[in-house]
Design a protein around this ligand. Structure first.
Ligand code: MG
Length: 383
């Protein structure tokens, strides 16, 4: 029997996670939901409470928190905001935390959860992007397991299971290329929010969908992969694979390459992160190879998608540069979603923040928090 909590249960990963838990319970797992959290989507949360009967919930938005409080729900603990997330993260009355928070907000609660030694199924890539070294050092001390939910990292994990780490020569991370792969760069300034929110293969939240359109998502995944699998960035290759059937590949020292394939469906990597190292049967959609069209590959265009290049530059420069990259990107994406800047301003803003940053090579969580805050502030002062 396992108890699972989900931070960000009303988002795309959270909802898929609850579907996976239903499937596992059909397979006799008897999983109980300990805690759920949402930012402000209380309609969905209330339905989840009714179905899964959690011990407690955390609500990040003050108005939404007050609304839930006023409902006078019985037998359920209701906590507020980041303090609530940190409090629940540090409890040990459940064994797995699915961390599907959006953005930098995932960092501190994830660190607290790692300290307890529980398994973390991580969908929040910003945590490793900003705190990679700190997190991986903590994992070694606490004995906590960090299992990726991101499809690319789950694919890499599935390729290296049973292999000797020393025989891994290259990680090959696939990218769909997003909706603007074939659009001329001169037209990027006219891209609307609506167009950028249409991902060709995956249904996801807004932030990650815009990151997929700029290819920043792939850049964040490169940084995430570096930390998760302890590989240098020169041994990480990004390849555009528009069909999103191969979720990533690993090349070994003998020249052999393994890939993990599947229909784009987050339920598969989520389930693997929960049941690892076991596989549990499901009725999720299968690849139909008889009718599968071409699987194609192309080089990413680093000039057109500057965000991907900025991500490589920031991790190669190291220190706190990735924290600045991430903070500037989060704010730039928000500004774009609010129609305050153009699509092609996103890399411009990020580059400007990176250029103005005084790097720290030795740093703690408190430094990351300060740099994140200042980077956001400096950008927002201009808009
Ligand atoms: Mg991904």
């Amino acid at each position: 029997m396992k108890n699972i909590s989900i931070f960000g249960s009303t988002g795309s990963i959270g909802v898929n996670s609850l579907n996976v838990i239903n499937n596992l319970n059909l397979n006799g797992f008897g999983i109980k939901i300990a805690y759920l959290s949402t930012n402000s989507n209380i309609d969905v949360l209330l339905k989840q409470i009714e179905i899964f009967n959690p011990k407690g919930v955390i609500i990040n938005d003050k108005n939404s928190f007050n609304k839930i409080k006023s409902l006078d729900l019985k037998n359920i603990e209701i906590l507020f905001g980041e303090e609530g997330l940190v409090e629940i993260a540090s409890r040990d009355d459940y064994e797995i935390l699915i961390s599907a928070l959006v953005g930098f907000a995932g960092l501190v609660p994830t660190i607290e959860a790692i300290k307890t030694g529980k398994r973390i199924a991580l969908a929040n890539k910003e945590t490793l992007v900003t705190g990679g070294k700190i997190i991986m050092d903590l994992i070694k001390i606490s004995g906590s397991e960090l299992l990726p939910i991101d499809s690319e990292h789950s694919a890499i994990l599935q390729c290296i299971v049973g292999e000797n780490d020393k025989t891994v020569s290259k990680l090959i991370i696939t990218a769909s290329g997003g909706p603007f792969r074939n659009l001329d760069k001169s037209k990027f300034k006219n891209i609307t929010v609506e167009e950028a929110l249409k991902h060709p293969n995956w249904k996801m939240g807004k932030k990650i969908t815009i990151d997929s359109a700029t290819l920043m998502n792939k850049g964040l995944e490169v940084i995430e992969a570096k930390w998760l699998f302890d590989v240098n960035t020169e041994n990480i290759e990004v390849i555009v694979h528009p069909q999103s059937i191969i979720h990533s590949m690993v090349e070994f020292t003998d020249g052999s390459v393994k890939s993990q394939m599947g229909i784009p469906d987050m339920k598969i990597p989520i389930q693997y992160a929960i049941t690892f190292p076991d596989r549990i049967s499901s009725d999720y959609e299968r690849i139909d190879f008889q009718n599968l069209q071409d699987l194609t590959f192309e080089k990413p265009d680093y000039e057109k998608f500057e965000c991907l290049k900025l991500a490589f530059d920031s991790i190669n420069s190291g220190g706190t540069y990735p924290t600045v990259l991430n903070a500037a990107n989060e704010i730039a994406v928000e500004l774009f979603l609010d129609s305050k800047i153009k699509f092609n301003d996103i890399p411009f803003i990020i580059k400007n923040s990176l250029d103005n940053h005084k790097n720290l090579t030795n740093f703690e969580v408190s430094d990351i928090l300060t740099i994140d805050k200042n980077t956001r502030k400096q950008i927002l002062e201009k808009f």
